[in-house]
Design a binder for this molecule. Structure first.
Ligand SMILES: [Zn+2]
Length: 92
């Protein structure tokens, strides 16, 4: 008789667990929605910078200010494009 009692008790526990699970699943579907509903589309990734930061930094470092007119010209230029003043070569 002990074994039969255990089987019945086990069945009651399983039944109660299933009923509880069904109730919570119904509430979950009611609030969240159907699980097979498509999720919201992910936002597009941020656009990557056109050039790396090191290249930009190098470009800034290679620009010098003209002593004659104050215009910023490339350090590799022989003379200023604004006033034509020749650039002093950096002394090494
Ligand atoms: Zn100049």
């Amino acid at each position: 008789m002990g074994l039969l009692l255990k089987i019945i008790l086990f069945g009651v526990v399983i039944y109660g667990a299933w009923k509880t699970f069904s109730r919570w699943k119904g509430l979950f579907d009611k609030f969240v929605g159907k699980p097979d509903e498509p999720a919201r589309p992910a936002p597009p990734p941020p656009p990557a910078p056109s050039e790396p930061l090191s290249a930009r930094k190098a470009a800034i470092q290679e620009t010098v200010q003209c002593a004659g007119c104050g215009a910023y010209i490339p350090a590799t230029a022989e003379k200023c494009g604004q006033c034509g003043r020749p650039q002093p070569r950096p002394q090494s």
